[in-house]
Structure formats: structure tokens, C-alpha cells
Design a binder for this molecule. Structure first.
Ligand code: TXA
Ligand code: MG
Length: 335
């Protein structure tokens, strides 16, 4: 298939919208990561997105909308918690899980009675969704198991020749996937941490919002069971910002014949060792996380990442999301 690379002008947006309505796949930017869009009301199109990604059929998709009224079209019940989140946090980098209506097929929800709904705030995403004029299911536009793409060039790496089109927009500002908040059960639970923190949601809803953190537990967010976001080379994670420990680990790897890199906040403390910058705040770290991962794996053969959630500027709202992605990327291999 010859993938078309489209831009944000009227003609290309209209074409992207037509492609979606005729059952094709179109990748598009959002503020979090690039998504692989399909008409959420067309089972055949939705099946294609699983096939193209190599995604397990039991991992449901998020339905993207550009208008609050569309949330009520796809969800059968909107609780008072959900109403508050819709009013105060949407559009934004958050996804809410609600009981689904029959028009949303089991292929989208992987057989679950609930549907995940997201309304992006990015103007580019919104103009695409308006052009599509239908709810759009969209997983991240990477091959299954790879870091999510935050630029159109990374989408091209994974998707060229496999999908009808890529809308070439700006790099994603947030950089990690949306917070997934399950509002289909009695108590709200964060199934996937993101830029909207559980603390913020707790104060908004006036109830403790817990974060489901055990990726091996059987819960109703099938996606969190899979090992995700892994670079092609081995990676370990250090959680204290202990310079001596990190330097010693690096030197040991060099002695073993490796070509390692330290991915840290404070590069100048590591002398002539190879370093990459983690960012000054958790938000900076999130914005560059996947891009750095994809770039380091081509230049080094071992990644030593350091992220101390309680120290050195990382005590900001995106902290839990960054930590979650780093933990998955290193397969929970903490040093
Ligand atoms: O930021 C994002 O959310 C991006 C952009 C493109 O919007 N999308 C994204 O999609 O990250 P994906 O498919 O990579 O992740 C969807 C997550 C998975 O963890 C999945 O299990 C969960 O949402 N999910 C979807 N439907 C669900 C449901 N009905 N109940 C519980 N979890 C659900
Ligand atoms: Mg994904």
C-alpha cells in the first residue's frame, strides 16, 4: 500500500475524513502521542487497526470524539463523577471508561461492556476528528510492543506501506499516553497514569482515586497486562538519583564490553561518560521520553535510566506516568 503523507490544509483534511469514512486507517497527532485512527462504527476498519499493529484482540481501543455530546452517543450512562471530569478536564490528556452503548461494537471494546472515550485538546486532532465526522477509534500509532510515536516521522518508521495516510502535524507536547480513568465501577480508578494525576482527580471528585499499579493483576484494563514501551536494547532503571551507583554501574558495563548510556537529569556529574538528558521536570521527561528511547536504542547497546520521583524537580503531576512507562520499558528491572 502506498501511504499518503497529508498536511493540515482544507483539502488534505477533507481527504483524511473521506478515508476514515470509507474504512481506511489514518494516523494523526494528538497532544499525547500519534493515534492510528479508524471509523469506530465500522467493525471492518477497526479490525484492520489490530492487524496492522499486531495488537492482541483482547486489548480494547479508545474512541476519540471532538464534541462533548458525542460522549453521550457512545456511553450509555454518565455518572456524576464522569460529568465532573467531562466538565473540568475534557478536552485534555485523559480517557474515561464508561458503560457502552450497543452501537459501539465488541471489536472496539474487546468484548468488555464498557467503552473508553477521549476528547483530545490538540487543535490538529480536533480538526481531523471534525473532518472524520464519526467517532474514531485510535490506539497509539506504533507497532505493538514499541514505544508510542510522538512525531510523524516515527509513525512513518512503523506504519509506512501499511496504512492509507499519515497526517503530518507537530510533535506531541505531552509525550505519554492519556491518563485512563475507569468510571464504570463504583469507585474511580486510574488504570493507566498520565499527565492528569490521581491526586488532581481525587481533589476534583472529592474521593480517593487509586492507581492500579500491578501490571500482572487481572483487571478490566487489558492493556496494562502487556509488556509495552520497550526499547530494542536492554534497559535498567535507578530510582534514587545516586550518582556514585550510576557511574559504577556504567563502568561495569563498559568493562563487560558494552556501549552503555546514562539517561539522567544531571549529565555534567558523570564526566566523560555518555549521557542523555531526562528533562528538568516530569513534564519535560514525558515530552521527550519515547523519542529519546527510540533514538538511544540505535546508538547504544545498554540504557541506564535514572528517575527519582520525589527529588530534583520530578515531583510534578506527570511523575507517576513517567515512572510507569520507564518501569515497563525496563521490564521492572530496577537497580
Ligand atoms: O493518549 C492516548 O490515549 C493515545 C492517543 C492516540 O489518544 N491512545 C492510546 O491508545 O494510548 P492505546 O490503544 O495505545 O491504549 C489504550 C488503553 C489500553 O491500556 C486499553 O487497555 C485501555 O486503554 N482501554 C481501552 N478500552 C478500555 C475499556 N473499555 N476498559 C478498560 N480499559 C480500556
Ligand atoms: Mg499503545
Amino acid at each position: 500500500m502506498n501511504t499518503r503523507y497529508l498536511h493540515f490544509n482544507e483539502r488534505d483534511l477533507a481527504l483524511a475524513g473521506e478515508m476514515i469514512r470509507s474504512g481506511e486507517l489514518v494516523a494523526f497527532p494528538t497532544e499525547t502521542v500519534y493515534g492510528l485512527g479508524a471509523n469506530a462504527l465500522d467493525e471492518c476498519a477497526v479490525r484492520k487497526s489490530y492487524a496492522v499493529k499486531g495488537r492482541p484482540a483482547d486489548n480494547p481501543l479508545i474512541v476519540h470524539v471532538c464534541d462533548k455530546s458525542q460522549i453521550y452517543d457512545v456511553a450509555s450512562e454518565v455518572s456524576s463523577y464522569a460529568e465532573k471530569v467531562i466538565e473540568r478536564v475534557m478536552p485534555g490528556p485523559i480517557t474515561i471508561v464508561l458503560p457502552k452503548r450497543a452501537l459501539i461494537s465488541d471489536v472496539v471494546t474487546a468484548g468488555l461492556p464498557s467503552v473508553a472515550v477521549r476528547m483530545p485538546v490538540s487543535e490538529e486532532a480536533r480538526s481531523f476528528l471534525r473532518a472524520a465526522a464519526t467517532p474514531v477509534s485510535a490506539p497509539s500509532a506504533n507497532l505493538s510492543g514499541r514505544p508510542s510515536p510522538t512525531t510523524w516521522q516515527r509513525v512513518r518508521e512503523d506504519m509506512d506501506g501499511r496504512i492509507a495516510a499519515v497526517l503530518c502535524g507537530a510533535p506531541c507536547k505531552v509525550g505519554i499516553e492519556s491518563t485512563v480513568l475507569d468510571l464504570s465501577r463504583e469507585r474511580p480508578v486510574v488504570l493507566r497514569p498520565g499527565a492528569v494525576s490521581a491526586e488532581f482527580l481525587s481533589s476534583l471528585l472529592g474521593v480517593e482515586v487509586t492507581v492500579l499499579s500491578d501490571p500482572t493483576s487481572k483487571v478490566n484494563s487489558p492493556g496494562v497486562r502487556y509488556k509495552h514501551y520497550s526499547p530494542k536494547v536492554p534497559m535498567v532503571l535507578e530510582l534514587e538519583g545516586d550518582v556514585d551507583k550510576l557511574a559504577a554501574y556504567y563502568d561495569r558495563k563498559v568493562a563487560e564490553g558494552c556501549n552503555p548510556v546514562l539517561w539522567v537529569r544531571d549529565a555534567k556529574r558523570f564526566g566523560s561518560r555518555h549521557t542523555a538528558f531526562m528533562g528538568l521536570t516530569a513534564e519535560d521527561a514525558a515530552a521527550n521520553l519515547y523519542e529519546t528511547m527510540r533514538s538511544l536504542e540505535t546508538r547504544y547497546d545498554f540504557i541506564i535510566a535514572s528517575f527519582c520521583p520525589r527529588r530534583g524537580g520530578y515531583d510534578t503531576p506527570a511523575s507517576q506516568g513517567v515512572l510507569d512507562r520507564l518501569m515497563r520499558a525496563c521490564g521492572h528491572n530496577v537497580i
